[in-house]
Write a protein of this length. Structure first.
Length: 75
């Protein structure tokens, strides 16, 4: 199951949980667990998208590098 599908199903569970006939304390714990799961899956999706963005065609990861354009002053 893809992470996108997991996020979708967890979102549906978040919508359904308040309408279940369980005690309030159990609903709170369920929403905390579901929310944490959504956060972890969302972070995982964002991280993989970022890593795909910085990869070259040959699989090497790249980053911008900068150097000082002014020559060093001699004193």
């Amino acid at each position: 199951m893809s992470r996108e599908a997991i996020i979708f199903l967890l979102g549906i569970c978040v919508i359904i949980v308040p309408f279940l006939g369980v005690p309030t304390e159990h609903k709170e714990y369920a929403l905390i667990v579901l929310g944490g799961s959504i956060a972890v899956c969302g972070y995982s999706l964002r991280r993989s998208a970022f890593l795909r963005e910085i990869e070259k065609d040959d699989g090497e990861r790249v980053a911008d590098s900068f150097s000082e354009s002014n020559p060093l002053e001699k004193t």
